[in-house]
Design a protein around this ligand. Sequence first.
Ligand code: PEP
Ligand code: MG
Length: 877
Amino acid sequence: MATKWVYLFKEGNADMRNLLGGKGANLAEMTNLGLPVPQGFTITTEACTQYYEDGRKINDEIQGQIMEYIAKIEEINGKKFGDKENPLLVSVRSGARASMPGMMDTILNLGLNEDVVEVLAKKSGNPRWAWDCYRRFIQMFSDVVMEVGKKYFEELIDKMKEEKGVTQDVELDADDLKELANQFKAEYKAKIGEDFPSDPKVQLMEAIKAVFRSWDNPRANVYRRDNDIPYSWGTAVNVQPMAFGNMGETSGTGVAFTRDPATGEKKLMGEFLMNAQGEDVVAGVRTPQKIEQLAEVMPEVFEQFKGVCAKLENHYRDMQDMEFTIEDRKLYMLQTRNGKRTAQAALKIACDLVDEGMRTPQEAVAMIDPRNLDTLLHPQFDAKALKAATPMGKGLGASPGAACGKVVFTAEDAKEWGASGEKVVLVRLETSPEDIEGMKAAQGILTVRGGMTSHAAVVARGMGTCCVSGCGDIKMDEANKKFELAGKTFHEGDFISIDGSTGNIYEGIIPTVDATIAGEFGRIMAWADEFRKLKVRTNADTPADAKKARELGAEGIGLCRTEHMFFEADRIAAFREMICADTVEEREEALEKILPYQQGDFEKLYEALEGCPVTIRFLDPPLHEFVPTEEEDIEKLAKAQNKSVEDIKALIDSLHEFNPMMGHRGCRLAVTYPEIAKMQTKAVIRAAINVQKAHADWTVKPEIMIPLVCDIKELKFVKKVVVETADAEIAAAGANLQYEVGTMIEIPRAALTADEIANEADFFCFGTNDLTQMTFGFSRDDAGKFLDAYYDTKIFENDPFAKLDQTGVGKLMETAIKLGKPVNDKLHIGICGEHGGDPSSVEFCHKIGLDYVSCSPFRVPIARLAAAQAAIAESRQ
Ligand code: PEP
Ligand code: MG
């Protein structure tokens, strides 16, 4: 049977999201629920994939089916494309499986031409409305389909307003708008070299192509990468008869959430504009009214709308984000979806839904995006400093958090300044999807226009970036990069602070403090801990990091990078002496100086971990990072070593490596200088004995981890040094201490020979940073330089250093487990590369049966939640 590429709304349902996209599936579901939905059709995501496979063409079969379905909706709605009596106008909107707000294209009022506009004007008795639709359509079609910039049309509108001596669009009358439509068409012809298309079917096919094409636009590509949405999914296209919100004062349009998307509070939240079309609300061009005010403007419609909201929320058992239009007092639902929300709101809503009996704790845990938790852990303003500060202005608290930084006025500047380490607040009249990368780079976003559902607000919330929107008091001068607020002028580079919860704007710097987490966060985490099988440890090198990680629920240290313990001035001197030693004696002398530092640090780590496991990774420094480069430091070292400056310089030269990350590091250091491993073992064992003595109720059982092993004989060699030293220390202290010696698996050869290595290792820990580097052959420090080209060419969709490559690196991990486990049934296995805190990688680690993941302290809650979600997903299969 031929593939079905097109579905009427009534042919679908909510379970068909993969095929119909989120919007299409929900329009179908709302239709099935008997809600007032203008009846249209959805072109499937598969048709989008096919469009790309066919070289960006809609093939004849798909075009044929689209034509068939136009006829069907013409019949259902009693209107016809281009008809002189009852013309059909449609919206053409994207809709991927996962919602990507504002990332792809939409065209409204399609089907208008010179004849149709006259019919509409006559029939409605409202020529102003008809011409307004037409000029909007020309503008949108030109912009979205033909890529003629919006600004040319906006300039024409501004010119017209100036000529007429008015300030608002709504003050332009029918003749003005007719004149504008003509000017727009002339502009189109000047730019494109052809007449504006008048055949609705031609318009439709072009619009559908444009939506398919928008799947691959740069902002959509960035959004997908950030949100783990595969390129292969494609977008569906929804073609829906227009309901008109701009027919006069008895019409309007709006968006609403069934709960507050910023706090999660259970109350209807939304905005609407009378005599307007959808994009006016979201674009923040006019500041909308609060949804409650609809009760006064149109009480019966408001009551009906509230009923629809309740029905939808009960049906989906989640907070809904809806778009509606009122056409001449009649309500139409244009969209519903599970609303985007802040992390704080997500936790509250999930807990409330459990308390309201709508969701089980398992479902509550499964509905939270672990990546969002990050924002909860971000800094807030220091309460004292905040109390002392007086806001100089106020906008809407659109996305919580605190931001403090230098003012920049363009997304490009935000990106550039951000890349060079500056903290910036992006101040804009309003944001548009092109600004996404700049918004990402900024600490916070402040806009002059727009409500809680404006682009800036929605996108910032999704990203977890602090945002204050709609501060109308700001007098903006984007061209000259300055703005005025509260009688003061702010230039590029001036400091401001903004509070995304209250909407307050402050002059200067307000210090921030770490967030504290409690309440709903604790409840969700407790549930997550009940469901997950994976343990979650942390990568921590300092007692402070370890303490933070414990507070965030870490159950041990999975990686302590001991080389990171030597960056302080007094320590690095001793470390350099050790590196630059000529003889074993000299090296041992330097190591003697290092030992007390190490032992002290380890004691503090064991104390912080309160008897939980601590994995100490033996030295793994690329040596060049530690040798002095400044003349002064070189002289100091020469003096300490009793050597000439020239000698030290020669030694530094001899340490130079072409590929230091593949050079003299890891266990290779312990092989060449066993005395280093000896010193570290002494420090680990002595610290453990001391802490065990002080806390009889804890089990202090050090796990010594040998890095960068590629051959069993290497491990054997280093392990012998460790075991001999450790046993001698334990015997000398008369202690009874257990310890383990394990290895990192971070070289492909180690994974491939894991059956040999498991004979000598008490545990494996996947160092997926190096394992990725060596499996791909990409330098982990330099790959960024070419990865952008890989994203652009779709060779890669993600950075393999951030999201585990399950196909290749994952296969090596699975191989190592399969080979290692049967040889050593006590072998415990974890991961401590950056991937240990990435949700999709955590899920993979669960699937392949790891015992734990280890990640940086602030990612511990993310890993806990992701681990629980992996277990829940598995139990549902
Ligand atoms: C790794 O390689 O994954 C690892 C954790 O070690 P490092 O990043 O210190 O090389
Ligand atoms: Mg490594």
